[in-house]
Write a protein that binds this ligand. Sequence first.
Ligand SMILES: [Mn+2]
Length: 270
Amino acid sequence: MAIYLVGDIQGCHQELCQLMAKVSFDKSSDQIWFTGDLVARGPDSLDTLRMIKSLGNAAKVVLGNHDLHLLAVHAGIKRAKPNDKLTALLQAPDIVELTDWLAQQPLLLQLPNEQAFVSHAGFAPQWTITEAIEQSQLVQQKISSTQRNKWLALMYGSMPNSWCLAHTEEEKFRYSVNALTRMRYCFDDGSLEFEQKDSPQHNSHQQLQPWFALQSKLTDTQWVFGHWASLEGHCEHPNAYALDTGCVWGGTLTMLRWQDKQLFSVPAIK
Ligand SMILES: [Mn+2]
């Protein structure tokens, strides 16, 4: 059995099919783990979700910010933006089935028998691994519960951006959603910043560092993440694997075979 991890699909269904064919993916023996942002901006979010759901136990998913936003749009909490290209998905006859399935997915997963984890954005510097696991489970419980819409409405906003300032259940929920699905850069104290999206080489904000440069627990923990397309798959940390290579922006779709760390990719169809 091989475990393949794949970066942000964002509706690039054809490239996903090509990449799975390239590695001769076999759903009876292999697994494919998705780093989140299955939908939005790309051409075919509907077929992407249907296909991943149809893989059953061969697919593992962590939720990204676009996946959570889709749930909020479907619930009527937010309006879809035209450039999200979600109309066909939102009007599909199986939209309730698809969003109910999506809402059951976790925000953090652990690879088998290893101190290795997957989340969409990464591992917040102010958290221990125990806190990351606990808080991701609390978010999942809320999003998968009958109170889903109440909590989805509460996830928007960037404050508190520091874990020590998250006191109430709501504040802890919002911080955790942001840390797990939106984080890229942090201030020196590990608090989260959400505006800067450039790669570290092009980052002119001296006070900001990538989360993986500040997360001291990464010495004995490995982390696989997506979300940060401008890294182009390079994060210069031996224990962090950046898999979003910007397929939806005309880059490539990238897959990491976990057992031997071999990378596979296909170019975006233009
Ligand atoms: Mn994202």
